[in-house]
Ligand binder design. Sequence first.
Ligand SMILES: *[C@@H]1O[C@H](CO)[C@@H](O)[C@H](O)[C@H]1NC(C)=O
Ligand SMILES: *[C@@H]1O[C@H](CO)[C@@H](O)[C@H](O)[C@H]1NC(C)=O
Ligand SMILES: *[C@@H]1O[C@H](CO)[C@@H](O)[C@H](O)[C@H]1NC(C)=O
Ligand SMILES: *[C@@H]1O[C@H](CO)[C@@H](O)[C@H](O)[C@H]1NC(C)=O
Ligand SMILES: *[C@@H]1O[C@H](CO)[C@@H](O)[C@H](O)[C@H]1NC(C)=O
Ligand SMILES: *[C@@H]1O[C@H](CO)[C@@H](O)[C@H](O)[C@H]1NC(C)=O
Length: 502
Amino acid sequence: MKTRIILLFFFFYFAFSFAKTTPTFPFSTIINRPNGLSASSAKAADNHKLYDTKYFTQILDHFTFTPQSYHTFQQRYLINDRYWGGAKNMAPIFVYMGNEGDIEWFTQNTGFMFDIAPHFNALLVFIEHRFYGKSVPFGGEKEAKSSSKTLGYLSSTQVLADYATLIIDLKKNLTATDSPVVVFGGSYGGMLAAWFRLKYPHVTIGALASSAPILYFENITSPYAFSDVITQDFRSESENCYKVIKSSWQFIEDTAKQAGGPEILEKSFRICKNNISADSLENWLYTAYAYTAMTDYPTAANFLNPLPPYPVKQMCKAIDDPRHGSDILEKLYAAVNIFYNYTGEVNCFDPEKPLEVLSRIGVQWRWQTCTEIIIPVGASSKDSIFPASEWNYSENAKFCKNAFNIEPRPNWITTEFGAHNIKRVLKRFGSNIIFFNGLRDPWSSGGVLENISKSIVAIVAKEGAHHVDLRFSTKEDPKWLKDVRRKEVKIIHKWISQYYHK
Ligand SMILES: *[C@@H]1O[C@H](CO)[C@@H](O)[C@H](O)[C@H]1NC(C)=O
Ligand SMILES: *[C@@H]1O[C@H](CO)[C@@H](O)[C@H](O)[C@H]1NC(C)=O
Ligand SMILES: *[C@@H]1O[C@H](CO)[C@@H](O)[C@H](O)[C@H]1NC(C)=O
Ligand SMILES: *[C@@H]1O[C@H](CO)[C@@H](O)[C@H](O)[C@H]1NC(C)=O
Ligand SMILES: *[C@@H]1O[C@H](CO)[C@@H](O)[C@H](O)[C@H]1NC(C)=O
Ligand SMILES: *[C@@H]1O[C@H](CO)[C@@H](O)[C@H](O)[C@H]1NC(C)=O
């Protein structure tokens, strides 16, 4: 079995290959959520003043005093003061720690903050991560991404320092220095939120870190764990579903080798192009299963792609559908069609461009996963739904050497933020962090799943997927999800009242 290099991701998880994709449809069409903050979307949001867009002159390098470090760039942040109780009342400030992408996109997926802001009379601030969206230094994407000389300023420590600098300055401008700040984040943004609370306790009183796999570094979490959760998600729907997918990889490879085989595959999967490789076809399928597991939400969602409620169940239903008889390819097609074509608007598929949204984070995220965010994920055990494979650090390092001519520093994150023996370390150090994880989310395998202390708590939902708690609430939300959010609100309440009390 060949090794599959998976270049991580968080939200964004890359089945290997340097996608040199160009957008196939306008970004705005994938931003589309049920309820209020609707599809026609970011623009509409602006019009209805869901937030104002501002820019802050940010320092390029917080950690040296070399001439270059004094360079600046414009950092975008979004602000909504509609619910704010004001500086005089020391009303709270809720800050979303932007992750690897356009910040407007994250506001669409962080409805929870909008939902609870009125209750807390909170000011909402969403800060964009440097090198993404419109917060790109060096005068533009092309320059910023050109080499390690520029990309070198893209690191999590710089990002946290950006957030601290901006928050402090914003509070000063609002004469709100006494307002308590609570930080929020999902996925990689959740890691940033947790780390921010540990590193900048004087800037924030607490952090909600949703689906933050802060323990997926070095050898703390098994490289198989991510795939194991995906396997479990599908297998728990039906044993047949698991078996069909598991056996399909060999079947596809065998088919590809036969005379006329590639044509059969292209036809079965409605592929636009000729001569697609079995590898890219497999990566495309892998992407569909992995992201469907991550976004196995209880209500219809449009996070990465429009999807029905409980899409894993839907995929397995398609695979188990007796109408497809024993035709494996037809079964698989029916399943991935749910992920790639739920809207019914796709004419044919291009496995080399699996997801529009992934192409937008491209080089920057690859840089981050080649320097410090070294998450040994994507290996598959013998019983995995994917072909068995091992995590191979050297292979990843080789990839990074080729891509950027750099050597990864796989030990840096644990050196800077810790993670080993987290219970022992954080029990007496640190406070006020909520770690939410949904156990259907493959990333939960690298999350904090146990309570650490009275105020560093793990909220675990066995039915939950990737930061499902941060999504907008809907009428169809199941009880367990309402309970999760209620718990979170209660804890945040406690942090704030304790702050006022003192
Ligand atoms: C605070 O005000 C100054 C002066 O108007 C401005 O330059 C700066 O960008 C403001 N800070 C933030 C975070 O908006
Ligand atoms: C991780 O690696 C270190 C050093 O090689 C070793 O001491 C430790 O036991 C390993 N931990 C796990 C959980 O495998
Ligand atoms: C199909 O792709 C393979 C490998 O990428 C290549 O060797 C072959 O020449 C291609 N065939 C055609 C008809 O383009
Ligand atoms: C997408 O779905 C529509 C509606 O079900 C269908 O007509 C179309 O063939 C599908 N596209 C692909 C590529 O299968
Ligand atoms: C890991 O990758 C390196 C570099 O590609 C290769 O030389 C080595 O054989 C691989 N190791 C295993 C165990 O597959
Ligand atoms: C952690 O403690 C909270 C109460 O403070 C509780 O609601 C939660 O279920 C506990 N988490 C776990 C994983 O036991």
